[in-house]
Design a protein around this ligand. Structure first.
Ligand code: PLP
Length: 390
């Protein structure tokens, strides 16, 4: 039995960093409810406000500058639900019924917009073929009826970086009242952006993609959206998180999320340079194998590499690699909960057959060149074996 573990599924989730773990241990000692007025409660509240400043700094904001707030949630999915349902049901502009999005959003956005469509909103899905957001389609969809635009920053399966800043600027120039939401879960702390550079009113981020624990995310909400009441809270109760997300906060998770962001922030250039080097090395290794890299035509994140295998189902290869102690994800289904070809890969331009034979290799700073050597060896061995047994 092979005991090695080479984790190459970092877009699904990441291992905890030692910084996050240490912060969690420290935060676990502080058991007060952050809403309590006594000193134990206030200690917990202090942990949350430190984390809030750390995440806002990661978003390129100066925390004391009141141009928006950060609301902690249970995950990126909940943050996007707050952004989308919260904007749709704010009913701030009764005449605005159109929602723009892309054809390759993560299910946490796509399924919410399907529901809003069923409820009567008009949803227009802009093509992202080849990893490029189609600006002609975007321009054609611009109309005073636009309530909301929700575009992801980095596609979780192909790594394509969409030109969200440019798209939101086009929308805002013509229709400044339109609300803009960006799902930045895969891009946060990996590529530089801020609410201003994206022209985004709402931004979703998540902790567990950044070596923090699972169960914590956040939504940035701009001051102008709050003032105009263009988005409203839907989790009502005790009024935590400035009334935006009732429910006692996950102090340990939030505190570790802040610490992780601060840690990455302090080493950002170094991590980014390393990821570029690791990507180049991986591509070189893959070039000698019978696989095709589905490289976006425009900008892309170094961390995500999508490949298509020659007529071998991705799940078959995934299990063969897993038996070798190498963990990747299958492109044919975006998770173990969904079946069929991935809508993201079809939107990218892959045929159903190719989408069914695609794997996602996603890297973190904990991966090494030796991991990539092992991946290439195992892929090569299994390609020979599986092609022969087909
Ligand atoms: N958005 C994108 C692009 C993602 O890749 C993910 C998770 O894979 C999410 C949102 C959901 O984040 P969470 O797992 O924190 O709910």
């Amino acid at each position: 039995m092979n005991n090695r573990k080479i984790y190459l599924d970092n877009s699904a989730t990441t291992p905890l960093s030692s910084v996050a773990k240490e912060q969690m241990y420290a935060a676990m000692e502080i058991y007060g409810n952050p809403s309590s007025l006594h000193s134990e409660g206030q200690e917990a509240e202090k942990l949350i406000s430190t984390a809030r400043e750390q995440v806002l700094t990661g978003l390129g904001l100066r925390p004391r500058q009141k141009d928006g707030i950060l609301v902690f949630t249970s995950c990126g999915t909940e943050a996007s639900s707050l952004a989308l349902f919260g904007t749709a049901y704010a009913k701030s502009r009764r005449d605005a019924t159109r929602i723009l999005t892309t054809d390759s959003e993560h299910p946490s956005v796509a399924r919410v917009l399907d529901k809003l469509e069923a409820d009567g909103f008009e949803v227009i899905r802009i093509s992202t073929k080849g990893g490029i957001l189609n600006t002609d389609q975007l321009d054609a969809a611009l109309d005073k009826k636009i309530l909301l635009a929700s575009f992801m920053l980095v596609n979780n399966e192909t790594g394509a970086i969409y030109s969200v800043g440019d798209a939101f600027k086009r929308i805002k120039q013509k229709y400044p009242d339109a609300v803009t939401h960006c799902d930045a879960v895969q891009g946060f702390m990996k590529i530089p952006f801020s609410p201003a550079t994206l022209s985004a009113d709402l931004i979703t981020v998540s902790g567990h993609k950044l070596h923090a624990p699972k169960g914590v995310g956040a939504l940035y909400i701009s001051a102008s959206i709050i003032k105009a009441k263009r988005t409203v809270p839907f989790l009502l109760g005790g009024g935590q998180e400035d009334g935006w997300r009732s429910g006692t906060e996950n102090v340990v998770g939030i505190s570790a999320f802040g610490a992780s962001v601060a840690d990455i922030h302090s080493r950002r250039a170094e991590i980014s340079a390393y990821m570029q080097k690791l990507r180049a090395y991986t591509e070189e290794k893959l070039a000698s194998l019978d696989v095709r890299i589905n490289k976006p035509q425009g900008a892309y994140l170094a961390n995500i590499i999508n490949i298509t295998l020659p007529s071998i189902k991705s799940e078959t290869m995934l299990h063969a690699l897993s038996a070798d102690g190498i963990f990747v994800s299958s492109g044919s289904a975006c998770s173990s909960h969904s079946h069929g070809a991935s809508p993201s890969l079809l939107a990218f331009g892959l045929s159903e057959k190719d989408a069914d034979c695609s794997l996602r290799i996603s890297l973190s700073e904990y991966n090494t060149m030796e991991h990539m050597d092992a991946l290439a060896d195992s892929l090569q061995r299994n390609l020979c074996k599986l092609v022969r047994t087909k």
